[in-house]
Ligand binder design. Structure first.
Ligand code: FAD
Ligand code: NAD
Length: 467
């Protein structure tokens, strides 16, 4: 029976980083995944496919040029589902190849199969052909991620009623679409299909969408979605979902009905734990299949077994999963990792993008810290003019007492890249004077930081001498 220092179950972002980190520390590593190919949800059904789809849609539809040439402008007139798939498959193949090469260079072994714990140092792997292999380990990482939540009352058929996995296989572009769930997945796909001029209705049971994002940013985003024809039903509870030859009808409890050709149900995900036989290691998941860990070390209640990535719940991002996996591997092999920074960015790849780091204005207000905000609209920057950007803004929030940057929030073109300037300033303890004193490249969208910094600085007054 083979024995390894580190067994990683799941080859998504958490598993991948933990495997390479363990190998860099000179350990023998085996990564097992029940998927056909390495990469996890992130590469095959989550982050990378949705972002590739978005990029393809923006390119083929000419979305970025519509500020100049009008809403009727298109680079390719008849965009088909197969146009979207071509680039998707190429990108995914490339991602898998990079990952395989990374494992090879670092002497990380990988195997295809479903892992099931036998005890705290022993798993059974069931291969595709049903054969079983036994492996023993000193340390293990559970990085099995999540899958779409598919409640019984939703008549999924993956041809007209989709989840966020099967939507990637959509056979033809629909004439209309209903999206249930105004979380990140729902909002991303609703706006991507709307950029293809598909009429979209978004149904969300809460009174707003993206409730972790600064309210001013969400309000602007909702305004932009409505402006281009997306129908948004907030505070709407779904009563029934009916399928007929003519389409899908979603009846809401307030009596309204929403009809469309296809439906995307994107209202949460559940942890992939069933196959693992967690009782064998004394670990009990919660009712959504999530595993509790020590937030600093990522150890489960079985100390030699770690868990990281979506399986441990919030924030459930590829970016944070990678870091969790690396920290877990460092801890497993007695290498103390540096303390985690106080804030991490959140990028929402809707059309337009949203990105946020640090505290929202509501959070700052609730904390009682006196503050001032600075705003820069992209259409007022020269780069914005050149690009034909007619919407989007950056909002910076500064503490009045020590002038520190507390939060940076962006809606608009390039938001997910631009946010890292705000992230660096927050995590390095910088403030408004950084933006005022430094010169930014011109013309850039990043110049918006300078403009927003000056906007706040003008209202904040000058620091007392010696402060
Ligand atoms: C549509 C969508 C878009 C997203 N967009 C973004 C984004 O833009 N940015 C971002 O940061 N995050 C994004 N995310 C989230 C991101 O994809 C996840 O946070 C990330 O994939 C979680 O990584 P993970 O390491 O937990 O493993 P996952 O990527 O979830 O992979 C888990 C792997 O474990 C395998 N597995 C499960 N059980 C077993 C078993 N018993 N034995 C063997 N193998 C098993 C599975 O086959 C799978 O391959 C998105 C998610 C979705 C669904
Ligand atoms: N860009 C990114 O970073 C990115 C992109 C996609 C997904 N993700 C991750 O994937 C995870 C899952 O995303 P998600 O959007 O599926 O889940 P979610 O839990 O974030 O959002 C689900 C939304 O659906 C709503 N909802 C639930 N039941 C409903 C119903 N019956 N009718 C109407 N609305 C209903 C909820 O109120 C919530 O707003 C998130 O935690 C996110 O971190 C990240």
């Amino acid at each position: 029976m083979p024995n390894v220092d580190m067994l990683v179950i799941g080859s998504g972002p958490a598993g991948r980083r933990a495997a390479v980190q363990s190998a860099k520390l000179g350990k023998s590593v085996l990564v097992v995944d029940r998927g056909r190919r390495l990469g996890g949800v992130s590469v095959h059904t989550g982050t990378i496919p949705s972002k590739t789809l978005r990029e393809t849609v923006l390119n083929l539809s000419g979305w970025r040029e519509r500020g100049f040439y009008g809403r009727g402008y298109r680079v390719k007139q008849d965009i088909t589902a197969s146009d979207l798939m071509q680039r998707l498959h190429k990108t995914l193949d490339h991602e898998v190849e990079v990952l395989q090469h990374q494992f090879m260079r670092n002497m990380v072994q990988s195997a295809s199969g479903e892992a099931r714990f036998v005890d705290q140092n022993h798993v059974e792997l069931t291969e595709d052909d049903g054969d079983t292999v036994h492996v023993t380990f000193d340390k293990a990482l559970i990085a099995t991620g999540t899958r779409p939540f598919r409640p019984d009352h939703v008549p999924f058929d993956d041809t007209r009623v989709f989840d966020s996995d099967s939507i990637l296989e959509i056979p033809a572009l629909p004439r209309s679409m209903t999206v249930i769930g105004g979380g990140v997945i729902g909002v991303e796909y609703a706006t991507i299909f709307s950029a293809l001029d598909v009429p979209v209705t978004l149904i969300e049971s809460r009174e707003s969408i993206l409730n972790f994002v600064d309210t001013e940013i969400v309000d602007d985003f909702i305004h932009q979605m409505r402006d281009r024809g997306i129908v948004i039903r907030l505070g709407a509870t779904v009563d029934t979902i009916e399928k007929a030859d003519t389409g899908i009808t979603v009846a809401l409890t307030d009596g309204r009905k929403v009809r469309s050709e296809v439906l995307l149900f994107a209202a949460g995900r559940s942890g992939s734990v069933e196959a693992l036989n967690l009782p064998a290691i004394g670990v009990e998941p919660d009712k959504r299949g999530r595993i509790k860990v020590d937030p600093k070390t990522f150890q489960t209640s079985a100390p030699n077994i770690y868990a990281a990535g979506d399986i441990i719940g919030f924030p459930s991002l590829a970016s944070t999963s990678m870091e969790q996996g690396r920290v877990a591997a460092c801890h497993a092999f007695d290498m103390p990792p540096p303390p985690a920074p106080a804030t991490f960015p959140y990028g929402i790849y809707a059309v337009p993008e949203i990105s946020t780091v640090g505290q929202s204005e509501d959070e700052v207000r609730a904390s009682g810290v006196p503050y001032e905000c600075g705003i820069a609209r992209f259409r007022e920057t020269s780069r914005g003019h050149i690009m034909g950007v007619d919407a989007g803004f950056l909002k910076l929030i500064f503490a009045l007492d020590d002038r520190r940057l507390l939060g940076a929030h962006i809606v608009g073109e390039g938001a997910t890249e631009l946010i890292h300037i705000g992230q660096a300033v927050i995590n390095l303890g910088g403030g408004v004077d950084f933006f005022v004193e430094n010169t930014f490249n011109y013309p850039t969208l990043a110049e918006a930081y300078k403009v927003a910094g000056l906007d706040a600085w003008n209202r904040m007054g000058q620091p007392e001498p010696g402060q």
